[in-house]
Design a protein around this ligand. Sequence first.
Ligand code: FES
Ligand code: FES
Length: 153
Amino acid sequence: MRRIAVTVNGQRHEVDVEARDLLVHVLRETLGLTGTNVGCDTSTCGTCTILVNGESIKSCTMLAVQADGQEITTIEGLATNGTMHPMQQAFTENHALQCGYCTSGMIMAAVSLLKDNPHPSDHEIREGLEGNLCRCTGYQNIVKAVQAVASGT
Ligand code: FES
Ligand code: FES
């Protein structure tokens, strides 16, 4: 076991992890942050997407020990004082989710996308989110939600 220190959603945690533990499992099982989902075992679905130092990553592709000293944001950390993040609000208003399983990862990836490219085209949104799979919505409403945030509507 090795002790790591991570700041998650602004709160510092020290946790003991095994060298083989994936970050997604430590977030879900040790820290109880179950908004980050596991949807595959091939690193293809994106449901596990979080921000590490502001950049989106698939937390099933990162060992927990690699997160030592890093700043992490999960879906639970996006809202401020009970007010949803604009991206969460836009997903709700644009019906960008059905079962919701992919949604937390999709939202984290979309937040990161707009940070890098505040005014993307529809094509750039689809390209930017291609690592996140949704089996329900057909993506059109997801693109609409991201555009709504980008345009401030
Ligand atoms: S759980 Fe599917 S990409 Fe991480
Ligand atoms: S809303 Fe169901 S997988 Fe995306």
